[in-house]
Design a protein around this ligand. Sequence first.
Ligand SMILES: Cc1cc2nc3c(=O)[nH]c(=O)nc-3n(C[C@H](O)[C@H](O)[C@H](O)COP(=O)(O)O)c2cc1C
Length: 164
Amino acid sequence: MKSLIVYCSSHGTTEKAVRFLSESLKGEILAVDLKRENVKFDLRDYDTVIIGGSIHVGNIQRKIKQFISHNLNTLLEKEVGLFLCCMRDGETAIEQFNNAFPQELRKNSAAMGLFGGEFLLSEMNFFEKQIVKKVSGATIDQSNLDYEAIKEFASKLNNIKVRV
Ligand SMILES: Cc1cc2nc3c(=O)[nH]c(=O)nc-3n(C[C@H](O)[C@H](O)[C@H](O)COP(=O)(O)O)c2cc1C
């Protein structure tokens, strides 16, 4: 199995989740940070495409939305995994997930995951710290990264039978 992981990470948590996910997946993996890296790849070379990002003020990174809209038809022909890092849980996390990824893609995906998140205050600028303090009260670092959810997500993708 050849897997491509495309992701965006603002303060490093999604990147950490991607590292753990890469170690949990079988086969050859290329992970590309859409914001930082200018790596050329051809979606047609991959059996599985995993797309993930994080939520800031209700929204996933714009580059993830653009990647999906530019490649939707190809993605619909692939085994797809979708995941999100965020600090809200329950219904709000599900709403954020549904808002981040189009229904067509969600319906066609082989794995979907909510991986939790982290508040890393040392990585945030002044305005981000103010927002986080206002909406969550957090003034020190917090970590809710859900390694079990990542393992479960990886296991779903590892168990896919190759399409013939
Ligand atoms: C400015 C800011 C706004 C955020 N807004 C939300 C939000 O609306 N909903 C949520 O669930 N988490 C929110 N978060 C939490 C992030 O999703 C969480 O910190 C995540 O782990 C970030 O991952 P990253 O470092 O890969 O970008 C926010 C974090 C920051 C810094």
